[in-house]
Design a protein around this ligand. Sequence first.
Ligand code: NAG
Ligand code: NAG
Ligand code: NAG
Ligand code: NAG
Ligand code: NAG
Ligand code: NAG
Ligand code: NAG
Ligand code: NAG
Ligand code: NAG
Ligand code: NAG
Ligand code: NAG
Ligand code: NAG
Length: 517
Amino acid sequence: MAPDILRVTSTSLMLMLLTFCMGAINLEAQVAGLANDEVEALLEVAAQLGKKGWNPNMTLCNETDADNKVFCDCSFPGGVCHVVGIYLKGQDLDGSLPKAIQKLPHLKQLDLWANYLSGNIPPEWAVTKLEFLSIGVNRLSGKIPSYLGKITTLRYLSIENNMFSGTVPPELGDLVNLESLILNANNLSGELPLALANLIGLKTLRLSRNNFTGRIPEFIQSWKQLNALEIEAGGFTGPIPSNISLLTNLTELRISNLLGNGSEIPNLDPIAGIKYLMLSNCNLSGNFPENLTNKSQLKILDLSFNRLNGPLPHSFKGLPLVQKMYLTWNNFTGPMPEWIDTRDSRNSIDLSYNSFTSEPKKLADTLNPFKSTWDWNYPKPVECLNAERYSMHINCGGPAATIGKTTYEADKEAGGATKYASTRLDWQKSTTGHFWDIDSSTDSYIAQNMSILNMSNSVLYTEASLTPLSLTYYIPCLVNGNYRVKLHFAEIVMRDNRSYYSLGRRVFDVYIQVSIN
Ligand SMILES: *[C@@H]1O[C@H](CO)[C@@H](O)[C@H](O)[C@H]1NC(C)=O
Ligand SMILES: *[C@@H]1O[C@H](CO)[C@@H](O)[C@H](O)[C@H]1NC(C)=O
Ligand SMILES: *[C@@H]1O[C@H](CO)[C@@H](O)[C@H](O)[C@H]1NC(C)=O
Ligand SMILES: *[C@@H]1O[C@H](CO)[C@@H](O)[C@H](O)[C@H]1NC(C)=O
Ligand SMILES: *[C@@H]1O[C@H](CO)[C@@H](O)[C@H](O)[C@H]1NC(C)=O
Ligand SMILES: *[C@@H]1O[C@H](CO)[C@@H](O)[C@H](O)[C@H]1NC(C)=O
Ligand SMILES: *[C@@H]1O[C@H](CO)[C@@H](O)[C@H](O)[C@H]1NC(C)=O
Ligand SMILES: *[C@@H]1O[C@H](CO)[C@@H](O)[C@H](O)[C@H]1NC(C)=O
Ligand SMILES: *[C@@H]1O[C@H](CO)[C@@H](O)[C@H](O)[C@H]1NC(C)=O
Ligand SMILES: *[C@@H]1O[C@H](CO)[C@@H](O)[C@H](O)[C@H]1NC(C)=O
Ligand SMILES: *[C@@H]1O[C@H](CO)[C@@H](O)[C@H](O)[C@H]1NC(C)=O
Ligand SMILES: *[C@@H]1O[C@H](CO)[C@@H](O)[C@H](O)[C@H]1NC(C)=O
């Protein structure tokens, strides 16, 4: 009996295979490439996005241009192709997120970065099998929909630089395959839901520039695999949870602008591989932790705008790779350590606004000692005797200009990450900070106007000084008295048109420091 059954089974298997094969051959003969229904679906997707120029006669599967491609997988039986990736980046598409992608059952990657798309994520997307979704730099708005949590295949999700608002839905905690979650630069509010603790595979989490409330949650300790945690100006309240020390795989930790109660610098000893550490404006107190000089991988350290005090450690030999260090605006005291003068001058260090009892011996382009000693009320230099001033006008970042009776001096100081331009008697300039997340070779501390300026005194606005952390103009020889301070602002970079160059917002503070002496 047994052999008989076996024979029958294998015969029917062969028959099935044969039918399948013939079917496939037929299919190839009919459509030769992309399945017909996917051609239709792609054209619908294009219409919904506002993408012009596609028609059914073109080779829609097209990998010629990385930012403009439909990526197909043609390894299906009979050479049938299915769309697996759509990349339409930086094209100013002004439609909406295409609900028709639900008709592309094999679609895994969708990248619509930098367009002009509006509306919200359509409910039709809940049934997709997306693994990579990037819709950053658009003008999407509304709440993050809970059905986004149904796309459990997602490994990468970025909605950064949009105007999503409201709370993060707990359903995002269902995205158990997620490795990257990027919510930067929206208008998200409320507390982070506890359900996010389920995302135990997270490697990258970016929450910067939102309006969250409450503390940075204790459950961050669930994200043991995290490599990068970025919470700059997220809206959160301090202090930083001490269990951040359990995130031993971190190489990048960036937290800034915490509100409320501070703490000492948390214990980062177990995070041996840290490369980028920013704890800026976190209301941190206490001394510089000796152990922080023992991070052999550390490249950038930013502890600016805290209340740290006491002397700096005697040696920074344990930081062989450090390139930039911002200690600006703390209350470090004691004599200037020797390593400041003996260090490799390629390494930038900013000591501005501290309370050291001595000054560095050597000046360098990569060292900013502005107001680094305890007496911020510098006595007027003797040279001021014949050079006292009653007014000062500077065209920040721009050329000299005369508007009416007023002459604005040129400001051609190039700026820099830790730069103090101190040689001029009439005015001096201190700049602190570099631009994270952009190629450092393109670092520029001067912005140029990106569109025509129509105001009559446009020369004051065609160029501007830029700096990420702190920019100070210091006028040593001003005579004591009352002054009127007038700041001229104009938006010269974001454009006023229907393109992604028009998207963005600015938030800034102005301090005027009076120095009485
Ligand atoms: C596509 O090709 C067909 C047959 O060659 C032609 O009739 C039709 O006008 C073409 N359509 C477009 C949009 O070019
Ligand atoms: C495919 O590439 C050709 C040749 O570069 C181009 O004309 C066509 O527009 C591309 N198709 C798509 C869908 O991008
Ligand atoms: C941010 O969201 C809040 C509601 O949470 C809303 O009142 C406010 O207008 C939004 N801000 C912007 C700039 O859209
Ligand atoms: C953030 O929320 C606070 C109140 O919770 C509100 O006052 C503030 O305007 C919000 N910021 C933005 C950019 O909406
Ligand atoms: C950290 O990273 C290493 C290798 O990159 C990996 O083997 C390990 O599982 C990760 N997780 C933890 C918690 O260390
Ligand atoms: C921090 O981690 C330790 C060790 O895992 C644990 O015992 C403690 O409860 C955690 N603290 C908080 C506040 O979650
Ligand atoms: C700040 O600390 C004080 C004193 O320990 C405490 O009473 C207060 O509740 C804390 N504030 C916040 C927002 O945690
Ligand atoms: C900083 O934290 C201390 C307590 O650690 C608190 O008293 C103080 O108000 C905080 N500063 C700010 C600006 O919130
Ligand atoms: C620095 O780290 C090494 C091993 O990683 C350790 O032996 C040494 O004690 C540490 N030094 C300090 C000052 O923490
Ligand atoms: C420095 O780190 C080591 C482990 O790396 C630890 O044993 C020691 O207690 C730490 N020292 C301080 C002052 O935190
Ligand atoms: C800075 O530290 C010095 C010496 O400890 C102290 O006298 C001074 O009040 C501190 N300044 C500030 C602004 O905390
Ligand atoms: C900058 O503004 C000036 C004055 O309006 C104008 O002549 C110039 O074309 C503008 N630059 C750009 C790139 O639009």
